[in-house]
Design a binder for this molecule. Sequence first.
Ligand SMILES: [Zn+2]
Ligand SMILES: [Zn+2]
Length: 376
Amino acid sequence: MYFQQNYILMAYLDRVLDPPVYGWSDSEGMLSKPTSKQLLTEFFKRLNIFRCKKNWLAFFSWSRVILLVPLVFLFFFKFFTIPLLVVFFIYSMIAMGTHGTIWHHRYCTHQAYTFRNKFWRFLTQNLTISMIPEEIYVVSHHVHHAKSDQPGDPYNASGGFLYCFLADVNHQPIAKSLSEEDYNRTVGLMKHTGVNANNYTQYLKWGSVTHPGLALMYCVMNWSFWYVLFFLIGGHALGCTIFASAAFWAVGVRTFNYEGHGKGEDKRRTGIDFNQKDMSINQLWPGFVAGEWHNNHHLYPKSARTGFLPHQIDFAWYYIWVLNKLGLVTSYHDSKKDFHHRYAKPYKRKKQENDEVQEQVAEPAVKLRSADQVML
Ligand SMILES: [Zn+2]
Ligand SMILES: [Zn+2]
């Protein structure tokens, strides 16, 4: 029964994303590695809403970044001060990064925890400036876990930097001609997020779960709220700084999937990266600023905490933990104990045993050397 369900799920994940023109794999079943020119051609083709209005979501996602570029210039050339640079850094790296982990990753995709009610879900969703549409992230991320570092992985690091950087346009949008059953299944993946889903007729028109009108309205409301608030606190200087930093993050985060899977090389380290099924690695920077300990996460995708070792700070987990203590998050998965029981402790034990054996082997050699010296 389990294998049958798993087979059906894998078959669904095989067809849920819109395949790029260069395909996921070549004739031998290996990863199809497009050239930069192929990647860029596909990128601009799939951004073109005049060619096909079903491209609207990818266009909308990048438009948010482009719209904020003037604010980046204003920040650097008009309002720049060192304290604002600190604000820029903290908001971009920690606030936006941690929110991405809390909301898009751990809640929307993996359902690692549950909210008491819709209000706390809404508040968490809008805790920062909205930059990445949930739909683009969630559906493709399920495929990423099912096919990590295999052909079909939407941000397969072996495809190279551009393959990953342009993934939200080239590889992550859902297929445009799903059957009604597949579409309903896709809506099911998003249901708990509170995103209002298109009916099947609307999907056939717009090619997405989200309706463009609602997405636009939601974005305008989110941006207006935050800009007015920052303006009231610190004028246009603060408004520009924080919105510019959100744009900076939105571009930077597109590099994460390439780095988080070792840039296409095996960079896993013994005693740190215990998951050996894919090339994901635990990196200090994404871990410290966003709680994204990616190798741990691939080991326990449904865990609301991924910082398992003492040095692995996890701000996203602290937020979920505090909300739970306040009764606003009612349940969560936490795999820390299991991680230590299955991986960290056995590793430590084995390492200690190996160290002791090495010491014992080394000792007689030392004694032998000193005996030789006496003989001489
Ligand atoms: Zn990954
Ligand atoms: Zn994940």
